[in-house]
Design a protein around this ligand. Structure first.
Ligand code: HEM
Length: 453
């Protein structure tokens, strides 16, 4: 990475590169004493906040990285009344539930549906003991000015599954590169910093000056029904005669995601996994869904139009390529591995301590152009990607079939390469939104000069 333009000591570390630790606690809090909170924030908390610059080199990384972000309710509680210029943030995520996101509100964690979430601490380290020690330190400094509203402990999966989300697929491969910050890898789109950071080049909205170099954080607790997903793949395995039944089930999963579990993109490795390609950053993102001699309106022999990664980043399907609707993802899995009993029954346990999923984090300078746009206009829109001979159907991983209702059948086409018009009906949601909130992750100077007293 070459720093040519951005003030990396001022931008919180999770936004551009992520904290990349195996344990990450999301500690959601309510501000009960705003004056005390504001005085402790600048004097005690600010020195703990990890800027981007500290994460760039291993020898400057703290034992526990700390970031902080505020909801609109939290800013209100602090008496900060400036309009940050983002209606989704101002109204809060609950306002987006049914029509935009398609969530069923009854599945929401009560804390996210309530009014008590003023902010979130992101605490990331190698061990939960380190995370908890830093949390105690934070609470001591804040001296009773906050209370816990909710918390979610994220953790990387064990052993060989490290870096993979709970369905088993390698995650965190494709994020945009940022002009003036990153050196792009082959296939990586380079975008203006203003798409992710307020007040930077490419941010077209008028903002209060103190909001510069902050970013909106869209948080989602996305439960994953892993045994049900696995059973679906077995029951609907494809029928390539050169593959075993297991391989045909794997192939279906890879086509729903757009990548193999290894991370190899199906656009480059359409019928068999290629772990060498998957592990090579010079190759594993270098594709754009176009192939000489194939018709882009009909060809799904490489990647289905409905594949999750294609629905959420259509690359050269859009001409010119989209430069407005992008997010930087920084999520981490939460919850335990699937138990033998769940595997045997093909049903997720209802025991809350066995819930698992993705603690989803997306950064953008405009939520309605970023996370909310991707979910509503692309993932949940059966006709997107537009202009294809067969309508793709909604995203088979994260799309919701009936807005505001759970388990409405989804009908993606293109998953079966031998008959791309064939629809494989999915009768249940494998990803269930348990809710979330929109936050503003301010710059360190804003924490010091505007949020603190
Ligand atoms: C990529 C899984 C939710 C947007 C990926 C990848 C996986 C994955 C395995 C491929 C790895 C990579 O390219 O880095 C999941 C799972 C989810 C989930 C299991 C839910 C539990 C979401 C949501 C959004 C989203 C809610 C946005 C609305 C993206 C984007 C990419 C991606 C933009 C990169 C696509 C590309 O650039 O090629 N996801 N995801 N994901 N996902 Fe998700």
């Amino acid at each position: 990475s070459a720093d040519v333009g951005l003030n990396l000591t001022n931008i919180q570390g999770d936004i551009l590169i992520g904290m990349k630790k195996n344990k990450e606690l999301f500690f959601f809090f309510t501000i009960v004493n705003p004056t005390l909170f504001r005085s402790q924030l600048g004097s005690g908390i600010l020195p703990l906040i990890t800027p981007t610059s500290q994460l760039l080199a291993v020898d400057t990384q703290p034992t526990t990285a700390v970031n902080i972000a505020f909801s609109q309710r939290g800013l209100n509680a602090l008496g900060i009344t400036d309009d940050l210029g983002d209606t989704a943030f101002t109204n809060g995520q609950i306002d987006n539930v049914a029509t935009i996101l398609g969530d069923e509100t009854s599945n929401w964690e009560p804390a996210f549906a309530g009014t008590g979430i003023h902010g979130v601490f992101l605490l990331a380290s190698d061990t939960i003991d380190n995370v908890n020690a830093t949390l105690s330190q934070v609470q001591n400094i804040l001296n009773g000015s906050i209370t816990e509203a909710y918390s979610l402990q994220g953790q990387a999966r064990p052993g060989d599954e490290q870096g993979h989300e709970h369905f088993g697929f390698m995650d965190g491969i494709s994020n945009p590169a940022v002009t003036g910050f990153s050196t792009p890898l082959p296939g990586q789109q380079v975008l203006d910093p203003g798409l992710f950071l307020l007040g930077e080049s490419g941010d077209l909205v008028s903002r209060p000056s103190w909001a510069k170099d902050g970013s909106f954080l869209a948080f989602r607790q996305l439960q994953q029904r892993v045994p049900e997903f696995n059973a679906f793949l077995v029951d609907n395995a494809l029928s390539n005669p050169n593959l075993t039944a297991d391989q045909n089930a794997e192939l279906l999963g890879a086509r729903m995601m757009g990548r193999w579990k290894s991370g190899a993109p199906v656009d480059l490795a359409p019928t068999v996994d290629d772990p060498v390609l998957a592990a090579d950053p010079q190759q594993n993102n270098n594709f754009n869904y176009t192939h000489p001699g194939f018709d882009e309106a009909t060809d799904q022999t490489h990647c289905p139009f409905s594949a999750h990664v294609r629905k959420t980043n259509p690359r050269s399907d859009l001409n010119p390529e989209d430069t407005a609707n992008h997010i930087i993802r920084a999520g981490i899995p939460y919850g335990p591995e699937v138990t033998d009993a769940e595997n045997a029954s093909n049903v997720s346990s209802t025991d809350p301590s066995l819930e698992r999923g993705l603690a989803f984090v997306a950064y953008q300078s405009d939520i309605n152009n970023g996370f909310a746009f991707l979910q509503q206009n692309w993932a949940n829109n059966a006709n997107f990607i537009f202009g294809k001979a067969t309508p793709p159907g909604i995203d088979p991983i994260i799309g919701t079939g009936g807005l505001g209702q759970a388990d409405v059948p989804r009908t993606p086409s293109g998953l079966d390469p031998s008959d791309p018009t064939r629809i494989i009906t999915i009768n249940q949601d494998f990803v269930v939104s348990r809710g979330g909130e929109y936050f503003f992750s301010p710059s360190l100077s804003a924490i010091q000069n505007t949020l603190s007293l």
